[in-house]
Design a protein. Structure first.
Length: 206
């Protein structure tokens, strides 16, 4: 295939064919997501203590936004962008094969592993490990950490709920008014009329 002179865009910067673009987030949503950086870093420290062969950890949104990172020697923005691209391909593969929603992705190189785990509905966790790591242990701790990070991120990304104080205060007033405006039952009137007519008949008969 010959190179076309008008196509000056590098191959690395081109968007993958058939991969859907992630939804663009507003500034407020991005600030809320990045507010979970401190607890995510604490989770990274505990994860490194449980899996000593880890060399890096990164939490990012599905749109490539870096939430928290501990990746010495690796650029976090580039890794988050590659994770978002790999996530799009993995989602298409699971959809095309009927495997359901994305859960995890494992890539092995000559010098170690790159594992990506789903972290809630809006984030992913990417772990870098040495070649001698126990893969079963890596999956176990990565899934647990992804679930905890997903809870943190989803809690920060969720919009605040309005307290229904005013509506609840109005309800008893309306119910009391409705009770006061209710008409009297007609049974008492009928009972009174029947009693008076019965008394009238007894007097006339006597």
């Amino acid at each position: 295939m010959r190179w076309r002179p008008f196509d000056r865009k590098p191959f690395e910067d081109r968007e993958p064919v058939g991969v859907p673009r992630p939804p663009q987030r507003s500034r407020a949503e991005r600030r809320n997501l990045m507010a979970a950086e401190a607890p995510i870093l604490d989770e990274f420290r505990r994860l490194r203590a449980r899996v000593p062969q880890l060399t890096g950890a990164l939490a990012a949104g599905v749109d490539g936004l870096v939430l928290a990172h501990d990746t010495p020697g690796v650029e976090p923005d580039g890794l988050a962008a590659l994770t978002a691209a790999a996530l799009g391909v993995a989602q298409r593969m699971t959809d095309a094969t009927g495997r359901g929603d994305f859960r995890e992705l494992l890539v092995r190189g000559a010098d170690g592993y790159v594992a990506t785990y789903a972290a809630g509905d809006t984030a992913v966790l990417t772990l870098l490990a040495k070649d001698g790591v126990n893969v079963g242990r890596l999956h176990l701790e990565g899934r647990r950490a992804g679930a905890r990070i997903g809870e943190l991120v989803d809690a920060e990304a969720a919009p605040p709920r309005r307290s229904p104080v005013k509506s609840s205060a109005k309800e008893p007033k309306e119910s009391s008014q409705s009770k006061e405006t209710k008409p009297m039952p007609t049974r008492t009137r009928n009972a009174r009329t029947t009693r008076t007519t019965a008394n009238a008949r007894t007097t006339t008969d006597s």
